[in-house]
Each structure stands twice: as C-alpha cells, then as structure tokens.
Design a protein around this ligand. Sequence first.
Ligand code: CA2
Length: 147
Amino acid sequence: MPGILILNGPNLNLLGTRQPEVYGRTTLADVEDMCRAHAGSIGMTVEFAQSNHEGALIDAIHATRGRLDGLILNAGAYTHSSIALMDAISSAEIPTIELHLSNVHAREEFRHKSYIARVAVGVICGFGARGYTLAMDAMKSHLESRG
Ligand code: CA2
C-alpha cells in the first residue's frame, strides 16, 4: 500500500480559526480526519506534519526519502520564497504535489511565483480543504501510472 506524507507549512496550524473568508472554517485537525478517512477508502497510508519553521519542513522532507511514496505539500508562504524547500524535494527524490487552499493565481502578484512547482508533479489550488483529498487522488493516480 502506498504511503504518503501531508506536510503543512507556516501558519496553517491556524486554519479554521482566522480569515475564514480566505481559508474557510475547516481546521487542520478536520483536514487530517478527512484525509485519514479518505486514505482508508483509496488504499493508502497517510502521515501528517506541520511546522512554522523552514528547517523543520526540510527535515520532514528529507525523512521521506526511501521510506514514503509521495508528498503533498502546502508550504504556505515559503512556496513563494524558499529555494531551500525546492532543493529538499529534489534531493529526497519524492513525487510531490504542491497544494494551496486558495487560488493563489487570483491573489496578489507575489503569490503567483512558486519555487515548489518547478520540482512538483503538479499543483492543486483554489478548492479549499477539499484540495487535500483531491491531491491524494491525484497522487494515487500518479503512482499507479508510474507502476
Ligand atoms: O492558500 C494556501 O493554502 C496558501 O498556501 C496559504 C498561505 C499563503 O501564504 C499562500 O500564499 C497560499 C498562508 C497560510 C496562512 O494560513 C492561515 C490560515 C488560517 C488563518 C490564518 C492564516
């Protein structure tokens, strides 16, 4: 059974508690419950991690190498700034889907740039919390197509 990590970056621990008009009312714990249930129904195992610290996110990405089959990453604002996270994904050689709750392309110009997208299999954004289960389906299909 394929195993994946769902990794959330800075400020996403606040999900559901602030700016509901942008990020919705679903909490990160709700997201994890949804993803755990979904993993059971599509035959995957799922781990979760969240950090507000770039180095801790890098360590979590490194720790997937050779151990897990895929990474779903909402790197938050580090998406738009972190060459270090991009390099960590390359060095871990793990298929990665970049995820955002909001449609970053409909927002400020500085959110249109992504370092993660350069090393990702694909990007899902704009579907709110549902994006996490959509990303799991996309990862499953990607891993199956690779054989
Ligand atoms: O839309 C997304 O998922 C983002 O990754 C969220 C980041 C933002 O910097 C990216 O451009 C797009 C911000 C995360 C902030 O999370 C909060 C959640 C609830 C309340 C306050 C902040």
